[in-house]
Write a protein that binds this ligand. Structure first.
Ligand code: TYD
Ligand code: MG
Length: 434
């Protein structure tokens, strides 16, 4: 068997021996990815293929498949277990993605310490640097095997029978069969694929660290997401201590569960009681409204902040952090048209406190009210919570688990909830602020 590489268009399958910026066949830009080609030494027999049944390709009745309960391995980190759906499954391949410095290596060092005999491939840092981190985390006697190597084929040779394999990070791994640089789509995909093949055969859990680029995609992006079993995103504001671990894909568990951690001197500490984790001390200032978002089965209170200032620009600025900027545009249009706020003369900034990303429309009402509160410079009471989706007609729509969210907020000391129940239209709710 011999190896060589060629460049294949990911859109139409066009093949080229060298890299091209644009596919000459379908015209897509940047779609050619270096791919390993195995050339079989052909013998005359293998040329003739029969179309009969191949061994192993017989179908099985669904009812005849024996039921097996998946044995879960606890990571002994409660919030990580929760996100995984109760623990690791043998042979599970997990991608942990996040910005540099968010705490991926910290989490995996803690995990390695709990699992015992783990192979930790450090491509990013030297073994000494990993040791410094481990010391800081209080990892004393441990069976973690460190391997400073970035050649994926030599790494694979070393994998015998560890409790888990950790590759930190997949972007540093290369194979000699490809000429591309470490971190290129071709290398990332091929290296992940080779590691995956080995751990699946041996039933060993594998963790891949993946760095996220500024645009928020894992380098070598969708490529990795669909070959691994589980994708976990690590997010949060690096200047604060709260971190969120979110399952965005999970073949062995729910995808809407999140884990919450506090980054402390001695590493990441699981936070079991998350309801107020993202709520800073309440202040009686205009432009701040609390809302409740669902994190899996748990409601979580978050503070939406807005700032509205007269603009000096022809096209006013709309800056959104933590919410979708198009959603913000839409809410501004509703506030302008339905509530009569002349926001076209103002720059508007919206931020979700704590560095959280909110995608649920249930936060619409809180965003709208925070903007209105900032515009009128009237604070909304710290005991008030706003939950609701805002429609284009200016109506407030009920959201899923509304009752549950309100109940939870009551329990935490909020005395007034603005929802579709109290107000049918957003202009009435805005008038309430004035
Ligand atoms: P790290 O796990 O190296 O991030 P990543 O692998 O995602 O790039 O951790 C980054 C930050 O965490 C670093 O700035 C130091 C901080 N940190 C703590 O606050 N406490 C700790 O116990 C450790 C190990 C790190
Ligand atoms: Mg790291």
């Amino acid at each position: 068997m011999a190896f060589h590489s060629k460049y294949v268009c990911q859109q139409c399958g066009y093949e080229s021996t060298g890299w091209l910026g644009k596919c000459p066949n379908c015209g897509t830009w940047n779609s050619l990815v270096e791919t390993v080609v195995e050339t079989q030494v052909q013998n005359s027999k293998s040329k003739v293929k029969s179309f009969g049944t191949k061994a192993g390709s017989t179908s099985v009745k669904l009812s005849e498949i024996k039921q097996t309960t998946t044995k879960r391995i606890s990571t002994k980190i409660s919030e990580l277990d929760r996100v995984l759906g109760g623990g690791l499954v043998p042979g599970q391949v997990v991608l942990i993605a996040g910005e540099p410095g968010i705490g991926k290596s910290t989490l995996l060092t803690q995990l390695a310490n709990n699992l015992g005999d783990v192979l930790y491939v450090c491509g990013e840092e030297s073994a000494t640097q990993v040791k410094v981190r481990a010391d800081r985390l209080g990892v004393k006697k441990s069976n973690i095997e460190l391997l400073e190597n970035t050649d994926v084929d030599s790494v694979i040779e070393v994998i015998e029978n560890p409790a888990a394999v950790i590759v930190d990070s997949i972007q540093t791994m290369t194979t000699g069969n490809l000429t591309g640089m470490a971190g290129s789509v071709g290398q990332v995909r091929e290296c992940a694929f080779r590691l995956l093949k080995v751990v699946k055969e041996k039933n060993i859990p594998l963790f891949l660290v993946g760095h996220v680029t500024k645009e928020g995609t894992v380098a070598g992006p969708a490529v990795l997401a669909h070959i691994v079993d589980t994708v976990l995103w690590f997010e949060g504001d690096k200047t604060l201590t709260t971190r969120i671990l979110r399952a965005v894909k999970n073949r062995f568990g729910p995808t809407d569960e999140v884990g919450v951690f506090e980054m402390e001197d001695k590493g990441l500490i699981p936070v079991a009681n998350i309801d107020k984790a993202f709520l800073e001390k309440n202040k009686n200032v205009s432009g701040s409204v609390v809302t409740s978002i669902m994190q899996g089965t748990r409601p979580l209170l978050v503070e939406i902040q807005a700032l509205v200032v007269p603009t000096k620009l022809a096209i006013p600025r709309r800056i959104a952090q933590g919410i979708d900027s198009r959603r913000l545009e839409l809410l501004l249009a509703v506030l302008t048209r339905r509530c009569g706020l002349p926001l076209y003369d103002f720059d508007v900034f919206v931020n979700v406190a704590g560095g959280l990303r909110v995608t649920e429309p249930a936060s619409d009402l809180a965003v709208a009210l925070a903007i209105a509160s900032a515009y009128f410079d009237k604070p909304v009471s710290v005991k008030t919570i706003a939950i609701g989706e805002v429609g284009l007609l200016g109506e407030i729509r009920e959201v899923v688990a509304q009752e549950k969210r309100v109940k939870e907020a009551r329990r935490l000391g909020f005395s007034f909830a603005i929802t579709s129940k109290e107000f049918k239209f957003v202009n009435l709710a805005v008038r309430g602020i004035r």
